[in-house]
Design a protein around this ligand. Sequence first.
Ligand SMILES: [Zn+2]
Length: 744
Amino acid sequence: MSKRILFAILCIIILATPILTVDASDNSLYLIRIYTSSLDDIPIGFDIVGYKPNSWVDIIIPSYNLNLIDGLNYSIILDDVVAYDNSIRDGYHSFDEMELELKEIASSYPNITMLTSIGRSWEGRDIWCLEVSDNPGVDEDESGILFMGLHHAREWPSMEVCLYLVEEFTSQYGLNSTITNLVDNRRIWIIPCVNPDGYVFSHDQGHDWRKNRRFFSEYNAYGVDINRNYAGSCNGIAVGMWGSGGVISHNPYSETYCGPSPFSEFETQAIKNFVLTHCICASISYHTYSELVLWPWGYSYTDKTPDDVLLKKIGEDIAYNITRQDGSGFYTPTQSSKLYTTTGDSDDWLYGYSFYVLGRICFPYTIELCSSFHPSYRALQQVFKENLDGAIVLLRKAEEIQSITPMVRPPTITNVTYISPGSYILSWKLGNPGVDVKYFQLEELEGYSGLYDNADAGNLWFFDGFDRCSSKYHSRDYSYHFSSSNVYGYMSSIYPLPVNGSMNLSFWCLYNLEKDRNYGFVEVSRDGRNYEILDSFTGSSNGWIYKNYSLDSYRGSSLYIRFRVIKSVSGNNDFFIDDIYPVPFFSSINVISSNITDYSYKLYNKSNGVYYYRVRGYNDERGWGDYSCIKSVRYRIDNPPYLKIHGPRIGLVGDNISYTFNVVDIDNDNIFLYIDWGDGSNSVWIGPYSSNEDIRYSHIWNKSGLYILKAIVKDEYGLESNWYRYPVFISKIGFFMLQPNLKK
Ligand SMILES: [Zn+2]
């Protein structure tokens, strides 16, 4: 064997062998329990792995940081986390073993399972989803429930519980009547490992790790906390949005790094795409540890979801069916912010995006499994059995959840039909079906201006954590300013900006934000709920700088504008904005009708002008839904168009005779043409044509006789010309000598 071949084989062996040894610094990780009733006692940046509200907090820290918790009341649970992991690792599936087991189950139960990869991780591993249902892959209007494991790499039991559910739902089908009934009447999706790379790094390769394994070369840092990378609550509350507040960080080295933008990660994108393409009415995301059942909101201690009563009741039902590992009662049910507030987790997004953006109901729960860090596989058996009971509670409740009536989503104003001078019909369509809409409200907004806002008035924005200040400005005498005493702040436009035609949003800003820690954002939203980030700011602007963003991709809609700042560390956090253009303003908003039962409304006696309309729907269960985008109607009573016809006055039966219609509108409005050939056939309205255009049409008359060819034109506002009459004599033979002296 040549040395070269030997070397190649050695390389393959080395590369194929999981690296179980770890470096020295990893070997000295401590698992510490701090006895405290408040998270405020925990130094910022430590990695919370377990928590009992008002009792204790478990953290993992390197031994060299033990001095930072001097003075706190704590005990050491593990003095070498990685060594402990090494001792129990084999009890847990490796990533490959998990993959193999899913494939084997899918081939053993082909009639009730379907295994699909819903996406790939950064390192190219599949994110597997196994559906268990009587007709997998087929939408039979059954309630869909999603189970997810292992968002966080080190939370190994969360994947094992999912595998246990897979095993039970398949092997007990046809044997256990409860499971058979649920599989027959539900679509059950199980994604055991949302974070494959993190799991391989943590479990298979022996590192203590939480995030995914994306590499940021500019920071020489690895990983985003996938459960901080969802878009947030999508309910219009700035502090609920991705990257806003709670236990998150914009620091790429942090264990709770939320990523460069919402859904920046392949893993969260895969979940998002899955949610958007499947009807999911409930979910459980498994984490470890603390023996808790949690529900949204996670971003706020005080804000409740619109479904809080039932969300809480079902959460309690789930919890009271899961016995704790020590047998002392059940899992603790609580709104997830009781643990600590956070943003960008899967539950807030699943609930908020479903409710406010999709107009659907989804009840998402997070279960913090286990009473300790990594129980032995043997101790996990109790966790499995108890959590199967918890999962069955949610599966049973799924139909009740699916039958809840959602809010009326923003309708879309689809059409303006001009019917006569001064009157037109607005029509709209519903944003979501099955909402029992009772009536619509139509509003007319008047006196629109897109203002140049130099911050001297300040009446165009809602403020929270922002104010007007005179200490710095781009143009005299004020600017808008993030007030540095707050952890976060925003200012959002009171009115939406109609985006008609090509339009840019511009402003001047001056900022000095602690680089890669504190951030400013400019963002826009069609519905005032779900905001999209146009740009983000960190570090120093070095003086006033001009910013300019095309809004062309929002053309035809209307946008709320928002500036938001998040201060995750103390230090530099100045953010000034000035000379914003355009900022929308309307002088008045008139309710035209609040009890429209049709999907259209006729408006009369309108004089020349531009009008703006928006509509929203009402149902008994939720009250008024959100407004549609604003539709602008440019109405003018002006000069009617007119036309002339050129072409033969006589012709033969069966000949294709060509005519030219010259159409003119002195206001240069678009023109529509209607031709009546005089033999019972007509062209219907054709167009639009521009003014002074020659339009050619030909016609065949099949019988001899005198025909009155007639035509009429109207402009885009419905203003019509008179009929233009053009007699044509059609004969069987060509007696041109007898051409009559026909006049119009
Ligand atoms: Zn977790």
